[in-house]
Design a protein. Structure first.
Length: 381
């Protein structure tokens, strides 16, 4: 790929400003300049400095990174959601079991194929992934691979409060050292600017109402008791080639993982979920009245929801559907901004709500999206 214009991304961004697709934003302007600079360095044959874009939900991080990735030579770069990246790394770790240093083998493999890795939604959930990332990115940076990534949190906030976080702190130092970190600021959540009548978020909606919305968009469905996902049977409600319906607890409770949602989002153009609950703080048992009750209520601070495990899976489902542009249609117990009322997952749930908000503006064609899903379901090489 040849770059004929050293302002190609800047001009594309300006054109979207002029057309009204985007609004002028000083933070975004600085990010565009930083990304354009990297395109220019790549055009000159120079190594690209890594870039870490962070900020709250709806600030345009993914849009800007994708704009950048579209202008990269695909022989040198890859763009993945963080979950997909980690799924591939885990798969390769299993493949290279028995090697003296499997992480070095994996890093060398990626470095031979890509000079730039673009990761969307960089975050760390558990100590296992934290340790994998620590070793992997140490090796990838050493091999000369550049990282361009987005995140809701700066490096210093990654895995905050996590188990044995001190073991991840050297990786935080590495990210700060290797990456230019740009804050997109606490400005407008652009996903919320457009008015919407919530066509795919049905508060207090009935199951028949959800099915009607699904069939209006994607055609007649047939009842179905279960479907095979990741070689396991999952109870479902109805489906056709484009859309499938589930009860919330069937899809987000029990032995479910990110890979289940990857498979579903790759297979269907839309997923319908009935009766998403309000994730409110509720004690597991009634507290004894008196001094003990007062003491415990003062110190529990409504941190954890009794359905936090299900809430984590719901966040993963929304992230996967958003990344694969698989429409999520749901009935819910309460307003979208009141879904999660505890504190433990309040930060990632803001991203979840913002993405659900944007989905209300999506337009889907069953025929076109089914063809897209078939192309996307081809395994990545």
């Amino acid at each position: 790929m040849t770059f004929h214009d050293n302002r190609v991304m800047q001009e594309t961004y300006n054109q979207q400003l002029r057309s009204g697709v985007l609004q002028a934003d000083d933070y975004q302007h600085l990010a565009v300049q930083a990304l354009q600079q990297r395109l220019n360095e790549l055009a000159r044959g120079n190594k690209v400095e890594s870039l870490y874009l962070f900020g709250p939900v709806g600030r345009g991080k993914t849009l800007l990174m994708d704009m950048f990735y579209q202008r990269l030579p695909k022989s040198q770069a890859i763009r993945l959601h963080y979950h997909h990246f980690m799924a591939r790394i885990h798969q390769e770790l299993n493949q290279y079991q028995g090697e003296t240093d499997p992480m070095q083998v994996i890093a060398e493999f990626w470095a031979r194929r890509y000079s730039i890795i673009c990761l969307d939604e960089f975050f760390v959930e558990d100590i296992g992934d934290a340790m994998i990332l620590a070793r992997l990115w140490e090796q990838l940076f050493h091999q000369g691979v550049s990282l361009v990534t987005t995140s809701n949190a700066p490096p210093d906030e990654l895995y905050k409060g996590g188990l044995a976080r001190h073991r991840f702190e050297p990786t935080i130092d590495l990210l700060n050292k290797e990456c230019e970190c740009l804050d997109l600021g606490f400005g407008i959540d652009y996903r919320r600017l457009k008015n919407t009548d919530w066509p795919y978020y049905l508060k207090h909606g009935e199951l028949k109402q959800l099915r009607s919305v699904a069939e209006k968009q994607f055609g007649k469905t047939k009842p179905l008791s279960s479907v095979t996902v990741m070689n396991r049977q999952v109870h479902c409600l109805w489906r056709n080639d484009s859309v499938i319906g589930f009860d919330f607890m069937a899809l987000c409770s029990g032995p479910r993982s990110q890979r289940d949602y990857m498979e579903l989002a790759n297979t269907y153009s839309a997923i319908a979920v009935h009766h998403v609950p309000a994730f409110t703080y509720l004690p597991d048992k009634e507290l004894v009245h008196g001094v003990e009750e007062t003491y415990q209520r003062e110190h529990q601070e409504n941190i954890v929801s009794r359905l936090d495990n299900e809430a984590r899976r719901f966040i993963a489902l929304v992230d996967e559907c958003y990344d694969r542009r698989c429409l999520l249609m749901i009935t819910a117990e309460t307003d979208i901004d009141k879904l999660y009322q505890a504190k433990q997952l309040a930060f990632p749930f803001r991203r979840c709500v913002s993405r659900l908000f944007e989905m209300q503006q999506w337009e889907h064609s069953a025929k076109e999206n089914t063809l897209v899903k078939r192309r996307q379901s081809v395994p990545e090489s």
